[in-house]
Design a protein around this ligand. Structure first.
Ligand SMILES: Cc1cc2nc3c(=O)[nH]c(=O)nc-3n(C[C@H](O)[C@H](O)[C@H](O)COP(=O)(O)OP(=O)(O)OC[C@H]3O[C@@H](n4cnc5c(N)ncnc54)[C@H](O)[C@@H]3O)c2cc1C
Length: 338
């Protein structure tokens, strides 16, 4: 079913709580609605959004926003391995909850991340040492360029750190469903700081136990968008090549910084953007309507509830310039600017 509304206030549809309008908003419930929508309204300035938890509206959107309400969770079992096919419009955290209830391992570390299932695959969401690409088998989508429904394998999706073919193709693909691989056999991922003591508590570990702990940890650090507008981590953590990292260490060491946090990844050395922002003096700083969360400086907030997209981007630019001046590292936003 297709439901069309014109001239919509987007404030309730983005977790930053930014006031902006769009010309047209369409909810749809069936995959077959998509070709109908593109036939009626074209593909120019057609934007899929989910829960709006990784977006920043910097101005009104003159185009059509489409929102999947395709639901469904179908689990099939082959031995200990289960595959779950999930409609793009399902809230991903509810799916995690249901899979944990069934004792299935694989996505519990992604607990508490807001947003819809389609977007989870677009974003390659990640937390506590797990990314969704680790369990993705296939992604079903509609290719607006060819007008065909296609199924992509995980390799086809070109996943990287918060990136994918979907993120890099100018909204060409509309995700309709994803299939993930889960396991009955316990496979907890507890390497991440804060989780490793779980295995020492003596309580039998279940996916739900891990989920609860992750939600508890997240609640201590992150603002709830229902009360303070935000879009989670605003910046990506920079990843430096060996040569860049050497240069960075020399310059930071010369400025008196020691014990700089860092993580080795296959792509290079990851420096927490939160640390760079905190050292640049922004933690907890409020500038007009926009601010930096006092418990986690990677999160920019709509401090008064009245911030405009411009208020947030002004603060964003100030942070980027300051971190560059202090450390020679250019931060890039994770949040998509519309
Ligand atoms: C408090 C908070 C905590 C967060 N923590 C994390 C975290 O730990 N890890 C993490 O990775 N992210 C985190 N995020 C960011 C965000 O929740 C994720 O990126 C999430 O996947 C976005 O889902 P959404 O449905 O809100 O997508 P939206 O913000 O609506 O859209 C995100 C992108 O996906 C595209 N998109 C949406 N639906 C579709 C579709 N069906 N087909 C094609 N494209 C589509 C949009 O065009 C856009 O490019 C957090 C956000 C908040 C507010």
């Amino acid at each position: 079913m297709i439901t069309v509304r014109e001239n919509i206030d987007l404030k309730p549809f983005n977790t930053f709580g930014i006031q902006a309008r769009c010309d047209r908003w369409i909810d749809y419930t069936e995959t077959s609605d998509i070709p109908e929508i593109t036939k009626r309204y074209g593909t120019y300035r057609l934007l899929s959004i989910g829960g709006g938890s990784n977006l920043l509206f910097t101005r009104d959107f003159h185009g059509t926003i489409i929102h999947s309400r395709i639901t469904g969770l179908k689990i099939t079992k082959k031995g200990a391995v289960h595959t779950a096919t999930i409609g793009a419009g399902e809230r991903f955290d509810s799916v995690i909850d249901r899979c944990c209830d069934d004792g299935l391992w694989g996505i519990e570390n992604l607990s508490g991340i807001p947003g819809d299932t389609g977007a989870a695959a677009v974003q390659n969401i990640g937390a506590y040492g797990v990314e969704i690409k680790d369990v993705i088998e296939t992604v079903d989508c509609y290719d607006t360029l060819t007008g065909k429904f296609i199924t992509l394998t995980c390799d086809d999706c070109g996943y990287g750190y918060r990136s994918s073919i979907f993120k890099n193709s100018d909204h060409r693909f509309i995700v309709t469903a994803i299939t993930v691989r889960l396991n009955e056999k316990p496979s907890p991922r507890l390497e991440y700081a804060g989780l490793n003591n779980l295995s020492e508590t003596g309580i039998r570990l279940t996916p739900h136990r891990v989920r609860e702990e992750i939600i508890r940890l997240r609640d201590t650090k992150l603002p709830d968008p229902a009360t303070i507008g935000n879009a989670g981590s605003f910046f990506k953590n920079p990843v430096l090549s060996a040569e860049e990292y050497d240069l960075f260490l020399k310059s930071a060491g010369g400025s008196g910084y020691t014990d700089i946090p860092h993580y080795d990844t296959p792509q290079g050395t990851k420096i927490p953007a939160a640390w760079l922002i905190e050292q640049s003096g922004f933690k907890g700083r409020i500038t007009g309507n926009a601010g930096v969360w006092h418990k986690q400086p990677l999160v920019l907030i709509n401090a008064t509830g009245h911030a405009t997209g411009q208020d947030i981007t002004n603060l964003e630019n100030e942070i980027i310039q300051s971190v560059y001046k202090n450390f020679g590292i250019h931060l890039h936003p994770e949040v998509e600017h519309i």
